[in-house]
Design a protein around this ligand. Sequence first.
Ligand SMILES: Nc1nc2c(c(=O)[nH]1)N[C@H]1C(S)=C(S)[C@@H](COP(=O)(O)O)O[C@H]1N2
Ligand SMILES: [Mo]
Length: 263
Amino acid sequence: MSFRNRPEKPNTFASCRAESIITDARNELKNPARRLLGKRILTLGGIAMLSGCDLSNDKSVNSMLRKMSSFNDDVQALLFNPNMLAPTYPESIITRPFPFNAFYDIDEVPEVDVATYRLQVSGLANGKRVWTLGELRALPQHSQITRHICIEGWSAIGRWDGVRFAEFLKRAGADITAKYVSLHCADNYWTSIDMPTALHPQTQLTLGYDGQTLPPKYGFPMKLRMPTKLGYKNPKHIVAISVTNEYPGGYWENQGYNWFGGS
Ligand SMILES: Nc1nc2c(c(=O)[nH]1)N[C@H]1C(S)=C(S)[C@@H](COP(=O)(O)O)O[C@H]1N2
Ligand SMILES: [Mo]
């Protein structure tokens, strides 16, 4: 398969069978010169593009895409290098104002009360299970200026301030041999990440944006910032964290977005 031969119109179902798409994708990945392309393109949208198929309407194709997505997750997890840092940028190119995005409009941003806010830790952890905002603010703080990339087709550079998530997990007594960390939000959004990403040095429990307290629209009181992940993997307004070996999925991931979601 090559892009030159990519048909203009969606293929008929016969040439869009699950097995043939998976074979094509595996062949793409075997070719070392294309490996990076494979990494970039093997999203659900990418597979549709690669195959020239209209994958949206057919039930068997949809169930194939689920299988393909977990294959894709495995491949992406293998390509993820826990020591590789996402690029950082100078203050002079911070995007202001920073875009807002959520599955609702800006006037519906949840209001979280500082006085009653508690971060709950559950699952495979034997440390402190309930954290106040004051306790999170008392942990060692770091800043990062990194690029946030949204799958909807925009990206922006911002500065985020907070605690290294690895440091927080250590203090919470998290079992770092567990597979997943799930993150639950005040707006009922949720997502989950693999443990190597949770421990990545740029994965940040974020309390501040651009030198101020994290504003409500960007996730007050706390979000998880991961420059190694696409925007939808960066949950805002986090109220509960769970360390688990059971696959937790996520709000968008359960609707077909790729779970690994590397940027
Ligand atoms: N709680 C919560 N977190 C969320 C979302 C959401 O709808 N609810 N949307 C995600 C998506 S798709 C993006 S692009 C970013 C947007 O973050 P921003 O408003 O700080 O730019 O938040 C992510 N985290
Ligand atoms: Mo997004």
